[in-house]
Write a protein that binds this ligand. Structure first.
Ligand SMILES: *[C@@H]1O[C@H](CO)[C@@H](O)[C@H](O)[C@H]1NC(C)=O
Length: 322
């Protein structure tokens, strides 16, 4: 990379981070957070530190959360490889094929999957993803370079590949693009805060946390923000209309998880739950008639919290003592 190109990249990065910082700033101001610049500079540092990893080798089993260029070269026949990509909740991932040297006729393959699959379970589930399952796989050996870049529908994506011949492989560039209304998300961190907004869209959105957590739902709006179309509290949700459900389970697929709680009328003020399951999902079902919004905070459970249900008023799920 020439020095001036590198400088340009730095400037673009700083610009992007500034843009992102700006939107966070507005969001935080709304919630009355005292120091938005803490977040801003932490982000900037992370991004610039990440810049140094701009090019690296890809392993047969890999996990990436950075933008950059990644090269896989087989040193022996590699038959079962996968790389998982994850970005921030409010980003899409775009995968560009820079160079592909594999033998499709000889049984090699390189496939992108729009989401993650682990042990046969998909995220987002087929119920929550905008595309039918078959269209979520893009096979290089079928499409070739006619689809040079592939953008995910959420903050996670992955590739599967098989390369028989030592020396063969491929180079990909991974970029992250802003997503104004993140719908399906896997949290990159075990602690965090998020507001899921579904504005007049007939779709379902799942926010997945792949850790046991305490989750606090602080705000739920189902309906017009002026409150005119709010539903009356009623007994249970009956699976109708717009609602939020909390799910717990051991796998990745929200449609296979256990429903723990349903929330179908708006409230303010925290509802807190301890969820000791491996995986927790906040899922919003929307008819498209309303602007729906839910805010929640989560923090990873400590090992001792998993063992001792505390017997107070907090609802608890998936804990060994239950
Ligand atoms: C959303 O989920 C609900 C219940 O889980 C289902 O009845 C509905 O068909 C789904 N909507 C869409 C757009 O997939």
């Amino acid at each position: 990379m020439s020095p001036s190109f590198k400088l340009q990249c730095h400037l673009i990065l700083i610009f992007l981070v500034a843009l992102r910082g700006e939107s966070r700033y507005l969001e935080l101001r709304e919630k009355g957070d005292p120091d938005p610049f803490l977040l801003f500079s932490a982000n900037l540092k992370r991004e610039l530190a990440g810049e140094q990893l701009y090019h690296r080798a890809l392993r047969c089993l890999d996990m990436l959360s950075l933008q950059g260029q990644f090269t896989f070269t087989a040193d022996q026949p590699q038959l079962h490889c996968a790389a998982f990509f994850i970005s921030e909740p409010e980003e899409f991932i775009t995968i560009y094929y820079d160079l592909v040297s594999i033998d499709c006729q000889g049984g090699d393959f390189l496939k992108v999957f729009d989401g993650w699959i682990l042990k046969g379970e998909k995220f987002p589930s087929s119920q929550d993803h905008p595309l039918p399952t078959t269209e979520r796989y893009i096979d290089f050996c079928e499409s070739g370079l006619s689809r040079r870049s592939i953008r995910s529908s959420q903050n996670v994506a992955m590739i599967f590949f098989r390369v028989h011949e030592p020396g063969n492989g491929f180079t990909l560039t991974i970029r992250r693009d802003p997503n104004l209304f993140p719908c399906n998300v896997i949290s990159q961190t075990p602690n965090g805060k998020f507001t899921l907004v579904v504005p007049h869209q007939h779709r379902n959105c799942s926010f997945s946390i792949i850790y046991p957590v305490v989750i606090k739902i602080s705000d739920l709006t189902l309906g017009h923000l002026n409150g005119l179309q709010l539903k009356k509290p009623s007994a249970g949700c009956g699976g109708k209309g717009d609602f939020v459900e909390l799910l717990g389970g051991t796998g990745l697929d929200p449609s296979k998880m256990m429903p723990l709680a349903d929330l179908c009328y708006p409230f303010q003020g925290p509802a807190q739950m301890k969820i000791g399951c491996d995986n927790t999902v906040v899922r919003m079902v929307s008819s498209g008639k309303n602007i729906n919004r839910v805010t929640f905070e989560y923090r990873q459970l400590e090992p001792y919290e998993l063992e001792n249900p505390n017997g107070n008023s907090i609802q608890e799920f998936c804990l060994s003592g239950l």
